[in-house]
Write a protein of this length. Sequence first.
Length: 444
Amino acid sequence: MPPRFRLLSVLVLTSSVLACATRGATPTSEPSTNPPMTTPSSLDSSAEQYVKLVLAVGQHDGNYVDAYYGPEAWAKEAEAAKLPLPEIAARAAALVKAVEDVPVPDDALVAMRRRFLLTQLSALAARVRMLSGERLKFDEESQALYDARDSQHTEAEFEALRAGLDELVPGQGPLTERLERFRQGFVIPKDKLDPVFRAAIEEARRRTLKYVTLPAHETFTLEYVTGKPWGGYNWFKGNATSLIQVNTDLPIFILRAIDLAAHEGYPGHHVYNALLEQHLVRERGWVEFQVYPLFSPMSLIAEGSANYGIDVAFPDAEAYLRDVLFPLAGLDPKRAADYVRMESLSEKLSYAGNEAARRYLDGTMSREAARDWLVRYALISPERAAQRMAFIDTYRSYVINYNLGRDLVKQYVERQAGPEATPARRWEVFRELLSSPRLPSDLR
């Protein structure tokens, strides 16, 4: 996802596919993607119709279907039919009624499945309305598509955070420029990107596998691309296989190696999709999880868990950077503590991006003013602010899924695990979340 579903030998600024080893080699034979025979559920027919409706919407929106690994015939059927949007809307409304007519099951997980289908269908209907020309306010859109909305933020909130950083960032000149100069000392050299990323991914995988059982054949391919509005993306292909892309348009700071390794890979998007496939598609035969509509409540869980997963996998990020990645990148390990402290403080400004998107999309701020807002309050360079605006133009209120999603997932896991939870217990709750059809509203 955009970095996701979001974020290297000698790096060339073109696509270059590099296989990244997991448990060894890619399997010589693939397990069947057909779900096992199970006792038919009254929701099964509705689930199949839901998948076909998602594929139908995808004919009108190239970004909508983020992943699909169900029957090829269904995809071909959607492409051939090219259902008009009014017909999709009518079928979605009828399908909502059919699911609502199913009594709430006694089984808690099946009841969650019923609620999942209803909420995903509601988001699908909202996306169809948007594609048909309806304009929603930022908060209305995020609630309709992602089952959540972020509270509004003021300049005073961000000015207070800026003031704290202003005292810490060395040098002369405006804070944003000083912070950018400081960060330039922590850029991964292009000829070091491959070993740094591979080390971070393999470590993220090793740590995840201590607590999460994944299919023995799980694997991914790593690809480097340019010209994208996001920093990283995971394209899940089914059969526990992902394509992970890293955008190299702008210099990559070394903390991003940990971020992208965990967010796009382990225990982020790759793990989330592999667990849903294993536990809900293969074991239960729930076909609705063979498709991932990007503009849906699934994305808040996906992005939020991927960002929270960074902290779960790397609670010792500073030590790992200092002892492993800084030496690999040829950076001074003695500077790791200052760098991590600065990035941790800057992270508190992440909600400035939500506010810029809200004001821009609601029409109360021009595109140029929103870009400048990001420079001032998100403390990013004009080049990165321009890339962020391209992301907002493409994905709109999707931005809430990263920070609000992370905070909701964090609160949920830590509440369920308990205040004195061990790391193993926290991983257990986190793994259960990743293996379930829970929705953003279930996290509160």
